[in-house]
Design a protein around this ligand. Structure first.
Ligand SMILES: Nc1ncnc2c1ncn2[C@@H]1O[C@H](COP(=O)(O)OP(=O)(O)OP(=O)(O)O)[C@@H](O)[C@H]1O
Ligand SMILES: [Mg+2]
Length: 380
């Protein structure tokens, strides 16, 4: 454990996207010294910190050389060189979340095997080495075929309904999972510090774009019974404790029609399903992440209002310099908070920003979220 005063610590963050950007906003309140590494010189964090270095996050030598200057390293994306992080950690740099856990989570196959061997409820699956292997499991259809590595935002996930779909199956190591006929998709973000204190944010419910697999709307708190809510917290705490993770863990879950909670996947960092906590909770997920990795007391996760979050995605058919349509109309509504990520270029379905809406009236909250979704467009 680090003994220095928190303002004297040199902290490195791998990744300079919107999650890093919102983390910096929280870090400023504690006057923390943050440096960023990202491959894109125009990343959302560029120019926000004095030490912004351009470099590939999966380049082991580069990450190792960059990382040596820090007391503490964290991530805002999991696709990073864990080889470098393990070496840095063995040489005394604190790395949270721990590199071994990042490595486990990078591979959906290892992640699912971890759930199975630790009695964490999850959909049934078999590992597959390639397309030929998928073809052997016709009896499991309909199923979901997932790439082991490097799938994100739904890009490594395909639904194989019947034999006719088999032709499109990925031809790389992956897994074939039962198609869950879920009632809802839920998410719980849980934080844990070095002294083993853990705290959950209120459970949220997500609705995804039917084709592009990106979160379209989020509502917090989720409209579920208190026993389901309790079950979701138990599962989230169980996963973070079994992983022995220090930091933040977003646990994506399915609520099945017969009231079971199944873990879909986890992310060991701040997450799209926690953006509304900036305005709607006493502590935001970004501040909580900082508190957890610095072994500070975790903040209260109490929600001060029901909230909704709408991702602001690049409009289909537009690529180029981003222009925001309908922003002023949305800002004229009560309880509407705009976050733009500072990405100059838009392209179809790129995450360009998000909007948080607070309203004590649930129906009005949903109505505002739908209206914002209709009015606000990112075009070029
Ligand atoms: N077994 C399943 N049954 C039904 N739907 C599923 C299943 N697995 C995944 N999905 C659907 O596909 C979406 C994306 O899957 P998953 O979260 O595993 O992929 P991902 O690419 O890592 O996504 P993201 O980066 O957006 O979190 C899920 O949110 C869910 O809507
Ligand atoms: Mg997911």
């Amino acid at each position: 454990m680090i003994q220095k005063d928190i303002t004297d610590l040199k902290i490195g963050v791998l990744g300079g996207g919107q999650l890093g950007r919102m983390m910096i906003q929280s870090a400023i309140n504690y006057n923390l010294d943050i440096s960023i590494l990202d491959p894109d010189p125009h990343a959302p964090c560029a120019h926000l910190v004095e030490n912004f270095q351009v470099g590939k996050l999966t380049d082991s030598n580069l990450v190792y050389e960059w990382g040596k200057q820090f007391d503490l390293i964290t991530i805002e994306i999991e696709n990073v060189s864990t080889e470098a992080l393990k070496k840095l950690s063995s040489e005394g740099v604190s790395v949270f979340p721990q590199p071994e856990i990042i490595e486990l989570i990078q591979d959906k196959r290892k992640q699912k095997e971890f759930y199975r061997s630790n009695n964490i409820p999850t959909a049934n699956f078999v590992l597959t080495e390639g397309k030929d292997d998928v073809l052997k499991h016709i009896d499991r259809l309909p199923a979901v075929n997932k790439l082991g590595k490097e799938g994100y935002d739904g890009r490594g996930v395909q639904i194989i309904r019947d034999e006719g779909d088999l032709d499109k199956a990925f031809d790389k190591p992956g897994l074939l999972e039962s198609l869950v006929d879920f009632e809802k998709e839920l998410s719980v973000i849980v934080a844990r510090n070095e002294r083993g204190e853990s705290k959950c944010f209120p459970v949220v419910e997500l609705s995804f774009h039917p084709v592009h697999n990106l979160v379209e709307f989020l509502f917090a708190p989720a409209q579920v019974s208190s026993s389901i809510e309790e079950k979701a917290y138990q599962v989230a705490v169980d996963v973070i404790e079994k992983l022995d993770l220090i930091g933040l863990l977003a646990v994506e879950m399915f609520l099945t029609k017969d009231g079971q909670i199944l873990v879909n996947e986890v992310a060991p960092r701040t997450h799209n399903s926690g953006h509304q906590t900036i305005e709607a909770n006493l502590t935001s997920q970004f501040e909580q992440h900082i508190r957890a990795i610095l072994n500070l007391p975790l903040g209260s996760t109490l929600a001060t209002s029901p909230s909704a979050m709408v991702n602001l995605l690049g409009e289909d058919g537009f690529t180029g310099n981003a222009k925001y349509e309908g922003l002023k109309n949305c800002m004229a509504m009560e309880g509407v908070y705009v976050h733009l990520y500072g990405k100059k270029q838009t392209k179809p379905f790129r995450k360009m920003g998000h909007i948080t809406i607070l309203d004590s009236e649930i129906e009005r909250l949903k109505e505002k979220a739908r209206e914002i979704k209709q009015q606000l467009k990112v075009k070029a």
